[in-house]
Ligand binder design. Structure first.
Ligand SMILES: NC(=O)c1ccc[n+]([C@@H]2O[C@H](COP(=O)([O-])OP(=O)(O)OC[C@H]3O[C@@H](n4cnc5c(N)ncnc54)[C@H](O)[C@@H]3O)[C@@H](O)[C@H]2O)c1
Length: 314
């Protein structure tokens, strides 16, 4: 009987520790690598929701610009959110900024972080080098996530020894405004990692959706072929850009027409995504290159950011 009891206690305690090991990670400390458009937004939202955040980029100058951008954005938000109580708005800005620090040395800050979110240049080799290096310095429990729009998460995760603690966290621009985050689960991502990231997105006030590691995930997989089909419609002379934009706004209820959206996103970005997919799957009719878009990109007419794309901007 005593033996049975000891066995029972032993098996109970080992299953208790197994379930403790399977417990989700409560993400409190976040390291965001890349202080550009997306990284600054992710850092801002994480700090504003009470996480301790370190934002990393290559130089102090870039980080100073990112921090200024974050502060300006927070002030705009506070002005709207605390119209009746400007003091509370000031406190919100100060509290958020106090949760945010910066560094130019990722390796020296990841030892005590729960989550690394990478939002650097869209280049597999550069992302692999970064994660391979950080893998050596980050704590055992640290989850790695990439914000890539077009690369395979699995091919980034493979640069590390923590494929089970690696996933995609795909935010949308502008991050403080856009509610959606796509959480990308590779075949190696553990359920614990996945659930920890879903919870993290919720604490950011975002709405997470889950998708497998498939080109474009959900949003871009549907959006990019739609944008390219709009260009094809125009290339064939079936309708004008203006009429296509108006039709989609008034007929489909979209806030922007496809050509306005292409110019807003940047034609180089859409071309880059499409080229990547075409390389992966050259016979897929949805992934065929668009001559007019390629032409504009070759002339450096990239959309709003260069002052001209499908439309001209003052
Ligand atoms: N722009 C978008 O709308 C959008 C949307 C979703 C996802 N993404 C993805 O997010 C990532 C970043 O995009 P972005 O638009 O913010 O780019 P960005 O060019 O605005 O910012 C990238 C930043 O990363 C920094 N950087 C580059 N290499 C680095 C390194 N090794 N270490 C530290 N910092 C480094 C750069 O200095 C720059 O500040 C890309 O993977 C992109 O595909 C972009």
């Amino acid at each position: 009987m005593a033996f049975v009891t000891r066995q029972f206690v032993r098996s109970m305690s080992s299953s208790a520790s197994a379930s403790a090991a399977a417990k989700k990670i409560l993400i409190k400390h976040v390291t965001v690598i890349g202080g550009g458009l997306m990284g600054a937004g992710i850092a801002q939202v994480a700090a504003a929701t009470g996480h301790t955040v370190v934002l990393v980029d290559q130089t102090e100058d870039i980080l100073a610009k990112s921090k200024k951008g974050i502060e300006d954005s927070l002030r705009r938000m506070a002005k709207k959110k605390f119209t009746e109580n400007p003091k509370a708005g000031d406190e919100f800005v100060a509290k958020t900024l106090s949760c945010l620090s910066t560094s130019t040395d990722a390796a020296s800050v990841v030892h005590s972080t729960d989550l690394v979110v990478e939002a650097i240049v869209e280049n597999l080799k550069v992302k692999n080098e970064l994660f391979q290096r950080l893998d050596k310095f980050a704590a055992e429990h640290t989850i790695f996530a990439s914000n890539t729009s077009s690369l395979q998460i699995t091919s980034i995760a493979n640069a590390t020894t923590r494929q089970d603690r690696f996933a995609g966290l795909h935010f949308f621009n502008p991050v403080p405004m856009m509610k959606l985050v796509e959480v990308i689960k590779t075949p190696m991502t553990s359920q614990k990692t996945f659930e920890s990231l879903i919870d993290f997105c919720k604490t950011l006030g975002k709405h997470p959706v889950s998708c497998k590691d498939t080109p474009g995930f959900i949003v871009n997989r549907l959006l990019v072929p739609y944008l390219i089909e709009a260009i094809r419609l125009h290339e064939r002379g079936d309708a004008s850009k203006e009429d296509i934009d108006t039709a989609m706004k008034l007929g489909a209820g979209y806030p922007m027409g496809p050509f306005e959206l292409l110019d807003y996103v940047g034609l180089d970005t859409t071309k880059f995504i499409l080229d990547g997919w075409h390389e992966m799957d050259p016979v897929n009719p949805l992934f065929q290159p668009s001559p007019s878009m390629n032409n504009l990109v070759a002339q450096k007419k990239l959309g709003k950011k260069t002052g001209e794309g499908f439309y001209k901007y003052k």
